[in-house]
Design a protein around this ligand. Sequence first.
Ligand code: URA
Length: 227
Amino acid sequence: MSKQFGSAPVSEAIIEACLRRSENYDLEGFLLGQGAMPAQIMFVGEAPGATEIVEGRPFTGQAGKVLEHYLEQLGLTRQDIYISSAVRSRPFKDKIIQTKSTDSAPRMSRSNRTPTKKEIRAHAPILDFEIQYVQPQVIVPMGNIGLQRLIGNQSTISNVHGKEIQSPIQHVEDWQDPDSPYQFSKKDYRIFPLYHPAAIIYKRSLESVIEQDLKALKDVLQAKNNS
Ligand code: URA
């Protein structure tokens, strides 16, 4: 395959099946991953937020700015990598805000939330296809949602960040069957987990940890290029 840039050509049938399975959940919008195909490295986040749904591109909001800083430290650009996530729509929750003034009506406020296991499972065939198509040599899950979607619930990002793991990854056995369970791949993948870029926004003390992790990832990628 010659190098292309864009979204992996996930079939309409897969997209429709995923959207149908998630239509009763509080999700809005839809976007595919984006990047180079094939790509040496694929980043897997959690789910798009409000900005991404408007822009139609992954990681364009606040977390996207931090991701760009990750890429700078790695000496990479968006043209070099593929970016995806566990869920392809924005999980939201609505809250009624009662204003103090008695003459203004209560208003609705919508915020992002963490996707549920059912939502992740409903959208799983899309990420499965993207991984098959993009053929990354290293997959970088960012945060617990991306990590556990790929290697199961036994690991947490705080235990495994910043080092390479060789592990099978989960994919749904039969995307046409809504009840199909996850199955582990026969082969091992090279996985290098990182904290999610949004984690830094909430916890500045992670900055130096992330810097160390990015240096370690850069070494892994360079060793790969020199081998
Ligand atoms: N977080 C994600 O995981 N993906 C995005 O596209 C934006 C924020």
